[in-house]
Design a protein around this ligand. Structure first.
Ligand code: ASP
Ligand code: MG
Length: 429
């Protein structure tokens, strides 16, 4: 059994969905579990619906746009099957009912997950129906019946034993003779309320299902040739890695490589399940294989993590930074579940670089302002050059660097976005 994951770009419109059918047909009946994300930017569009709701504006136009978009795709695919049309209308009506029955004071994270999960539901109904129409024995499966989590809405934690048990029970028999199409990113808690795994979490869903169902391998179908040593939009001559160890791939996701969701690698590595990253427009191409690969690369690899915040904590009384000051900052970060991307301490201050989150910054400031003067900069980029050479980092020699760190292998800087272009760099292979 293999697991295929198609992200938003690979199902962004009717022709992309036709391409998905072509890829699956080429598998010639191999047992396949297909994980699908929301089409194109639907998740962002659903966030707009919620934003309007919470700011007491009329969310209906945004919702209608989403509904119309999916209907248009049905038209473009010539899917006049009344059931799938009804499914789309029902999902959109449910969102409307849910919001009109809640006040703006309702649990935000809970409502978020109930609404945001609909992008995947809409997409999978369309994909499953289209596959069936193309002659593939496809069965739609509701991931909320097999991927079980706790109730930490917006970033739910997987209940692995239960997910394994229910997935084996519900999916293995169906996979015998059918291609199963299900949603990435979503699951449900003990009370059967919908939960989500965090933005871009569909890759992680693919890894979860592959692990609990002991798949032979996972393929993530992307709009890039595989895993490259830089974002091809920033560096047109980026190099493709044909083989990568789990460790190297995991490190790249940690530093912010967007090609794979950071949580994806660990379960696959532990179960020794290979992960392929392949271009959906060129399904025959080898892409990148991530597995128990023993060789390390020394190619400089450029990773830009966007929307970063640099926060510095200055001791108020001119005393030096001590372990107890560090410990206070770490404790607060842990309590607020803020992950640290880079940190540095100086004589009288501690600086940390984290993903931007206005709400968490406010909470962090409230917790620590008694002990520190807190300053911050927003809208920054964290650039990591893994396996850097002196040549590979010359681009930034005149940049306005807010924080810099070097180890023997890694070069990291926090800079204003204007300086993060690496396009002029020659890759040093
Ligand atoms: N649709 C969700 C998102 O856009 C999950 C995913 O794409 O993986 O975040
Ligand atoms: Mg997506």
């Amino acid at each position: 059994m293999q697991v295929f994951k198609f992200g938003g770009a690979s199902v962004k419109n009717a022709s992309a969905i036709t391409n998905v059918a072509t890829i699956i047909k080429a598998q010639k009946g191999k047992k396949t579990l297909v994980i699908v994300s929301a089409m194109d930017k639907t998740t962002n569009a659903l966030e707009h619906v919620l934003h309007s709701f919470f700011s007491r504006n009329d969310y209906h136009p945004h919702l209608l746009k989403i509904q119309n978009f999916h209907h248009q795709v049905l038209t473009d695919l010539n899917l006049d099957d009344g059931i799938v049309q009804q499914n789309i209308d029902t999902i959109c009506r449910d969102i409307d009912n849910l919001l009109s029955n809640h006040s703006q004071q309702a649990d935000k994270a809970y409502l978020y997950d109930q609404v945001i999960s609909c992008g995947e539901l809409l997409a999978t109904h369309i994909v499953a129906t289209y596959l069936k129409k193309s002659g593939i024995a496809a069965v739609w499966h509701d991931a909320r019946h097999s991927l079980k989590t706790n109730s930490q809405y917006k970033s739910a934690l997987v209940n692995w034993p239960l997910t394994r048990q229910v997935s084996e029970e519900k999916l293995l028999p169906v996979l015998e003779n059918n291609v199963v199409v299900t949603q990435g990113f979503i699951g449900s808690d003990e009370a059967e309320h919908t939960t989500t795994l965090g933005r871009e979490g569909s890759d992680f869903s693919a890894a979860i299902y592959a692990t609990v169902l002991a798949a032979e391998n996972v393929t993530i179908w992307k709009d890039v040739p595989g895993v490259l040593n830089a974002d091809p939009k920033l560096m047109p001559d980026a190099i493709l890695f044909e083989h990568l160890s789990y460790k190297e791939a995991a490190e790249m996701t940690y530093y912010g490589a967007k090609v794979i969701h950071p949580k994806t690698i660990k379960p696959l590595a532990n179960a020794h399940i290979p992960l392929f990253v392949k271009p959906f427009m060129q399904p025959e191409a080898p892409g990148t294989k991530i597995f128990d690969f023993a060789i390390e690369h020394f190619t400089p690899t450029f990773i830009v993590k966007e929307q970063q915040q640099l926060i510095s904590f200055h001791l108020k009384d001119f005393s030096f930074v001590q372990e107890k000051n560090l410990s206070m900052v770490f404790q607060a970060l842990n309590d607020l579940q803020i992950s640290l991307n880079v940190m540095q301490n100086a004589a009288t201050s501690i600086s940390i670089c984290v993903d931007s989150d206005a709400q968490k910054l406010e909470q962090l400031t409230a917790m620590l302002k008694g002990s520190f003067d807190i300053r911050y900069n927003n809208d920054l980029h964290l650039v990591t050059v893994k396996n850097y050479t002196e040549d590979s980092i010359t681009t930034w020699q005149n940049a306005d660097i807010l924080l810099e760190q070097r180890t023997r292998n890694n070069y990291q800087i926090v800079i204003k976005p204007a300086f993060s272009q690496v396009a002029s760099l020659e890759a040093d292979s």
